[in-house]
Design a protein around this ligand. Sequence first.
Ligand code: NDP
Length: 278
Amino acid sequence: MTGRYAVFGTPIAHSQSPRIHAMFARQAGIALDYVAIEAGHDDFAAKLAASGVAGANVTLPLKEDAFALCAGNVSARARRAGAVNTLLRDNEGWRGDNTDGPGLVRDLTERHGLDLRERRVLLLGAGGAARGVAPALLDAGIHSLYVVNRNSARADALADAMGEPGRVHARGWDALPALGEFDLLINATSAARSGALPPLPMGLASLRSAAVDLSYGEAAVAFLAWARAAGCTHAVDGLGMLVEQAAESFLLWHGLRPETDGVYAALSGQGDALVTAD
Ligand code: NDP
């Protein structure tokens, strides 16, 4: 088996996806050509068409563009998220899926041993990553989800899209001091890249809380340091999610679920050298 695959986004030069998929392919005995292609809103469709790929991953800022490009030919989870991170070819053209949510849930439950059932969850951010993980968290049985975003209209839109008004609540940052304690706190903002995360009240977390930053490397340092200072027992970055969402894409393309622990260990060894988004 062989094939050409790619990840599209901006910036993309430091993406770990080519390395992760190369490790999966070696494991599976597949001859795979997986490259990173720089593309923005204006040239994504043309570059995708010219690339000749059989499948693709899509990252910041193109997940909503990819959703639109599939013209309704999307999985239920991608439809709920309104965002696509994995493209597959089928008889109708491009089919879109979203593996970010299953990737996060698998990392938290299987790698880090967290039980998500009946948990009160805070989701900071309402961009593409937040939209991808929210449906999977709800499906994993959490009790309630508070979506807090700088632009509160985007938080409202995400909450509305989930269609569960009793479980999903939208708030602005100014509401944080009044929200009480959470079992799980997720940083799905890109604040570390575009300045700094606004201050977070210590009362959001306790010794029973777990925290995860969807970023990794340097971008995750500030939020995870806050989480440890606030007493969180678990404070994990997004590297495990990155590997798990990639494994889920690999499964969709090749029908095989790769073993992820060795790949996660290989990437973890790089520590702060990892700075990019996927
Ligand atoms: P988007 O650009 O779609 O969304 C960015 C979000 O961050 C928005 O909610 C935005 O708020 C918020 N934000 C940005 N700057 C600030 C700030 N200074 N203060 C407060 N909020 C801010 O990005 P994505 O959702 O695609 O990505 C978010 C993060 O998740 C990135 O760091 C990315 O690397 C990571 N990620 C990790 C993955 C993994 O596999 N580990 C997969 C996907 C993403 P507003 O709406 O107000 O602008």
